[in-house]
Structure formats: C-alpha cells, structure tokens
Design a protein around this ligand. Structure first.
Ligand SMILES: Cc1cc2nc3c(=O)[nH]c(=O)nc-3n(C[C@H](O)[C@H](O)[C@H](O)COP(=O)(O)OP(=O)(O)OC[C@H]3O[C@@H](n4cnc5c(N)ncnc54)[C@H](O)[C@@H]3O)c2cc1C
Length: 370
C-alpha cells in the first residue's frame, strides 16, 4: 500500500512507534487509546526499562539489537533529546545456567564486550550484592536504561506534530480486520487497515490470541537504599540475577529515577484493568527473591509496590503478523518488548508500505530470522 489511512489501536511503545513509522511514510494515521496518552496502565509506562544485547538462548533477538539501537538513535534525533543512559548490564549467576554459552557466542559475533569478572572483584565493586551462591559474574556492554515515561510523552508530542490524529480516552470496543474499521462510543471509523497494538488487552479485540498471548500480572518495588549504600547504588550498573528457579533484575537510581527491583517469574494471571498496587502476595514473592539477590534487604525502604501487566507467549516470542485482509497484530510481549518496540513498529509500518515482505514479518519479529 503506498498511502491511505491506517488506524492504530493502543498508545504504548508499539502503537506510537508504528504510528511514527507510518506517518513518516506518508500515511494518514489515527491512533486510539482507551486512557490518557501516555496511559499509566500500559506496559510501556514506567520510570525505566532495560536495553541489552545479551539474550541467552533467544539469540535471534540479540541479532536484532544493533538495528534496534539504530532506530532508537533515529528517535533521539527526531525528538532532539536522548532518553537513554548507557551502562553495563552485570549478570550474577547462582548455579548452572545455559545462558552463558549462547550469550558469549552472540555477543562475540556482534563484537559487543561480554567479560567475566572474578567473584571477589565483583563483590568489592558491588557491596549491595548478596554473594551467597554466586558462581559466575559477567559484565556485558551494549546495555543501559531507557526512560519510558519521558519517551512516551515525547513521542506523543512528536507524532501529533507530524499530523497523527490522536484519540485519547477512546476505548475501541471492536475492530473489523476484514473491513478495516474500528468502533468506539463515538461511532465507526473506516480505514484502509487497522493495526492492533493493545498490549495486555489484546485478547479482547483479537480473540484468536486468547490462550496464546496470556496477560500476566508482574510486580516491581521501588526502594530507597540505606544511606551508606546510596553512592554505590548511584554508580551501579543494571544488575541481573539468574538463579536456578527464579531471578531478579535491578535498575539503579539514575537521572531522577528510583531504585527498582522486579523478578522474572511470569504469573500468567490477572486482569489488566485491576488495581495496580502490588498485593501482599506480590511483595512476599518479590521480597524473597530480593533477599537472595541483595544483602540486608530489610534496611531498604519500600517507596512503592506496583503491579504491571504484559502478555506472555509460551516461548516468550512476539506475535506480529497480518490478521484478516486489512488487519495487523503487534504484540511485543513477554517482558522484553520495550527495547524492541520502535524496531517492531518500524517493521510493521515498512510492511504495510510494501517495503518488507508480509510473510516473513512474523518470523523476524519472533527473533527467528537466522
Ligand atoms: C514490570 C515490567 C518490566 C519490564 N521490563 C522490560 C525491560 O526491562 N526491557 C524491555 O525491553 N521490556 C520490558 N518490559 C516489557 C515492555 O514494557 C512491553 O513489552 C512493552 O512495553 C509492550 O508495549 P505495547 O505497546 O505492546 O503494550 P502497552 O504499553 O501495554 O500498550 C498497549 C496500549 O493499548 C491500549 N489499549 C488496549 N486495548 C485498547 C482498546 N480496546 N482501545 C484503546 N486502547 C487500548 C492500552 O491502554 C495501552 O496503552 C517490562 C514490562 C513490565 C510490565
């Protein structure tokens, strides 16, 4: 399709990126969002998200990262501001893991540093880490933190300035992916195609995703470190703990953000419309994981306990494909979709414009392109 009107449902990183990609290619774009733009209940809305080349056995995603960084750089240029802080991601392994070999191989192929650090050196450098059970420490480059609230806020302004028609507070009740229409309380809107990037709500608009992309309630805690560790935390890298049954990820307090810890366990339950305060059960699970990762966890003050949602697929790969004759699905799910959101949005826009092959889009977005 060389031009026409495309309707995008969802104003998270995937929808905003798709709209940006489409409007730059000359399409008329209307974007519908059930909440405010940006919407605090979206997966994409948070103080920070990790970006990294290290991808364990999902090597195909590692090889998408250089291109993902190029799209982020194009975004910073368009925004006139960079919402990214480069810093290493340091992996602490507690026990056997198959993460190491595949990561080392893909990082080597991409020419991105992936370096073992002696456990003693790591503990001296990171006094907040609990050394118990640590078997290997690996520092990876090509990583850092993105600042999503700032990114989404600026992207909304950017695409509005380029002419995208924004419909905040406009719940899409249904989509017709054969007819290219979107229904809201205000009526029916006709487009040439509809892109559904509805995050954890996708099952409601595309029933065939039910049981495939499963909404999952995840918890994070924002914390104030004890004063004696404040300087160490401010200089800390992204810390990722890989344990035998679970693990945690920690984002340090930088550039006005708070220290945050989350865990890797998918709950595969919950309703994304529910209250987003972390429950006692959320906090109990996360606290147990945090105690394994950090020393003296009880010395920290919990500033906020928060529940967030994303969808999870069985193999943790994204669902991005044509749906019907005039529809597209973009679900960058399973807890690793923010860093790749702009690249995926660009891929969907390029496919609609006929610059990419529609048949290979799903394979590429699933990190299986070779
Ligand atoms: C706790 C947590 C930690 C994470 N950590 C990382 C990380 O470190 N690195 C990383 O890369 N990724 C991470 N992710 C994953 C990443 O945030 C998501 O993959 C990504 O933000 C998904 O973006 P999206 O645009 O697909 O969905 P969303 O951001 O959820 O956007 C979907 C939007 O669609 C709207 N919508 C839904 N239905 C309708 C409707 N019917 N009508 C109108 N609007 C509708 C929603 O309101 C929402 O705003 C994390 C996610 C969570 C929750």
């Amino acid at each position: 399709m060389s031009a026409g009107k495309i309707l995008v449902v969802g104003g998270g990183i995937a929808g905003l990126s798709t709209a940006w990609g489409l409007v730059r290619r000359g399409f008329a774009v209307e974007l519908f969002e059930q909440g405010a733009l940006p919407y605090p209940k979206a997966s994409s809305y948070d103080e920070h998200r990790i970006i990294r080349h290290a991808y364990g056995d999902m090597e195909g995603y590692a090889y998408l990262m250089p291109e993902a960084f190029r799209v982020w750089n194009a975004l910073w240029a368009a925004l006139g501001v960079c919402h990214y802080d480069a810093m290493p991601a340091v992996y602490l392994m507690r026990g056997e893991s198959d993460w190491y070999e595949t990561t080392k191989r893909s990082m080597g192929r991409m020419g991105v540093a992936c370096t073992d650090i002696s456990i003693d050196a790591a503990m001296a450098r990171y006094p907040m880490v609990n050394p118990e059970g640590v078997t290997r420490v690996v520092q990876t480059d090509g990583a850092g933190m993105l600042y999503p609230i700032r990114i989404l806020t600026d992207m909304v302004k950017l695409i509005a300035g380029l002419g995208v028609v924004l419909h905040p507070n406009s719940l899409v009740e249904s989509v017709d992916l054969q007819a290219g229409t979107v229904r809201t309380a205000a009526g029916l809107t006709q487009g040439d195609a509809v892109v559904v990037t509805a995050g954890a709500w996708v099952n409601r608009l595309i029933p065939s995703t039910t049981g495939v992309a499963v909404p999952s309630r995840q918890a994070v805690m924002f914390l104030a470190p004890p004063p004696a560790l404040m300087d160490a935390w401010q200089a800390a890298p992204v810390l990722i703990d890989i344990g035998p049954d679970s693990g945690t990820y920690t984002l340090p307090p930088r550039a006005g953000t708070r220290l945050k810890i989350g865990d890797h366990q998918f709950t595969r339950q919950g309703d994304p419309d529910e209250d987003r305060t972390g429950t006692d059960a959320d906090v109990e699970r996360l606290t147990a994981a945090a105690r394994r990762a950090w020393l003296d966890f009880d010395a920290y003050t919990v500033l906020e306990r928060k529940a967030c949602f994303y969808t999870v697929t069985a193999d943790e790969r994204f669902l991005v494909r044509r749906e019907g004759t005039r529809g597209w699905l973009g679900s960058a799910c399973s807890g690793h979709g923010f860093k790749l959101g702009p690249l995926i949005g660009e891929g969907i826009a390029a496919t609609i414009a006929g610059e990419r092959d529609a048949d290979t889009l799903a394979i590429w977005a699933a990190g299986r392109a070779g």
